[in-house]
Design a binder for this molecule. Sequence first.
Ligand SMILES: [Cu+2]
Length: 734
Amino acid sequence: MQRPPPVCILVLVILTFVALERSWSKSLIVWKSKSKSGRSSSAHHLVGGEDIEQFADPLVLLPVLHAGGRGNDDDEPFRVSVRQFEQQILPGNYPASTVWGYGDPSRPDTFFHPSFSVENIQHERTDVKWINELVKDPDACRESRNHEDRDACAPLKHVVQDVYGVSIVDRTLHWANPAADDCADGTSRTNCRGRGAEEYDGPIPMVVHVHGSIEDPVSDGYPEAWYLPNYKLDNDPYTRRGTTYGSLDGSTGEDGYALYSFTNSYESSTRALWFHDHSLGITRLNMYAAAGGFWFIRRSDGTESGLERGRLPGPPPRKGDSLRDLNTEGNPVREGIREIPLVITPKSFYKDGRLFYPANRAYFEGLGDGTAFGDNGDLQTCDGEGSFPPAWNPEVFFDVMVVNGKSWPYLGVRRERYRFRILNGADSRVFNLAFMYYCQGVDLDREPDGQLPMYVVGTEQGLRPNGPGRITMDQDGAALLLSPGERGDIIVDFNELPNAHACPSAEVVMINTGPDEPFGGDLDLAWRDRPMGRVMKFVVSDHDGLDSSSEIENLEFDSNPGGTKLVPDCGSDCVERHFALTEETISLSATGSSKECYEAPLAAKLGWYGPNSDFSGGAIPLLWSDEIVTRPEVGVAEEWHIWNESADAHPIHVHRANVQLISRHAFAEGKPGTVIGPGNPISESEIGWKDMVVSYPGQVTKIRVKFLLPGLAVWHCHVLSHEDNEMMLPFLIK
Ligand SMILES: [Cu+2]
């Protein structure tokens, strides 16, 4: 087993980021929000995150929604629909929240935010009918003949609304736009920028993407392949399907759903994919409302690809484990679970329990509380030049940590090993996680008594090559970094705590030193002072002899558990591509006075340096609507060099492919094409097969990728607010 000391490496990485941040901040606008999370307490409409009691409710263990092989027992496809419902996310002294979530329409008690998990078997097909049931009463609507019940089948408007109940869809972005004749360019179609900024109160487009899957385009959830629910409306002014539904997705002849087929034919098991909405220009709002859920790939016999010796902690919740059994403290089903999916989705709330999402741009500029749709007060562009989207925010952070649908939960654990599959389901927030313990119960007024190491056992797409990697938080705060969309696969051994005599009331806090603002590499170490510096708590009790997993040092993985090796060999035919990450800014004034103009972010973009990678010509940003410039071939290995000329870190996700991170090198400001310095080490948690990587500012990030199936796909930044505003491009696999 390989266990290099990680501390010095991580220190180096952090120092590099800090240095870069400094050298870049002179000329580039760092996307720092002027509104810090936590200030919302001053707004009388909003719950203040700092006022909420932490660790008040137990963690919800998420049951299995569907378990593969092939569809349901009668060989019908699994049905997964999205609905609106109430859920108690905050502690019981606050109202419940109206949210969206996925579930099985024949079992109404399966709807949850985030979704229960879907379990798949490697090489066995899973067919899914994804249903959009965002109508007033889905059950009554479904039962009415031909969806004829006008009341039950009335379409819902977006659940993410301002304080007055106005839905906060920003129509000025290039978005799904189902409204007829609303394109700003005068064309008659969907998927375009809208004419105006008024409220969109129509039915909601949804299309599910299984993140990390490699399937045909019809089952990938292309952003323009959305569909509206099967609703009833007189003089219906909406187009019910996006432009590529039917050409890409399983055209059904009926409204309200799409049929996907997943082969799950991966070289290896142990994959933590996840499903979520991907509709063009509205993903951030749909995902904030509906979250998503894990989509695991396992072997039918319970073994794991690449695991040569030893046994990982388990089991996870299994098919047949009921929500009640999994979530009744003391129930043997709950007590026996040793592999626990954790879905982290930060949120903010109005005092009546409704979800808060900033409803105007002024909020990002530190002006006002963000509660009125498109109301930007005196904020305007300088000298009347240009315009900005009135509701969209460059990034959003929120002030309540929500894990598996509960704010800051706690979990009772034994002094044993647990495996955690962790998903960062946030819009913009980067997590940097570690486990700190107190021997006499958590006391945030003092330093913890110590920390428990994390043992990284896998990435998104497989076990980690050559065995677990040990991570502890060093003095600079570097630990388990998860950017939006990334997943971590770790073991924590609670038996490494000091013994019960020395540590009688042990409690462990999962802490977060990811900052409450846009991430460029810097961490915020003051986790005890910030509500969002904590994620959840573990209350430790004694060993009960149930731990059948191996000691960490007895776990052995082979050198390439994820299958075919791409690193270090790219092959002689390897295709090299160079991409640019850039940002566009706009001159704003909070008062209208030109004396107070400042540069603020308008959009982050993907781009390239032209067909010949001519760096001297500078980066060429590309738009979603531009002609496709990336046309890789099936089976040919590629190396993508992503030159980040912006001031922000961007988590880059490539659809319908797995990737491996090769290297990160700094380059001189304004001089992409030439690297400086020896390169920055890759962290313990980034080794192996992934489906996304973080691209840091001022660095070129190299990834290796091979496409296995032809057809249309997309790549994008997984900061949802970036993705929704042009930081996404299609590519075509030939
Ligand atoms: Cu981004």
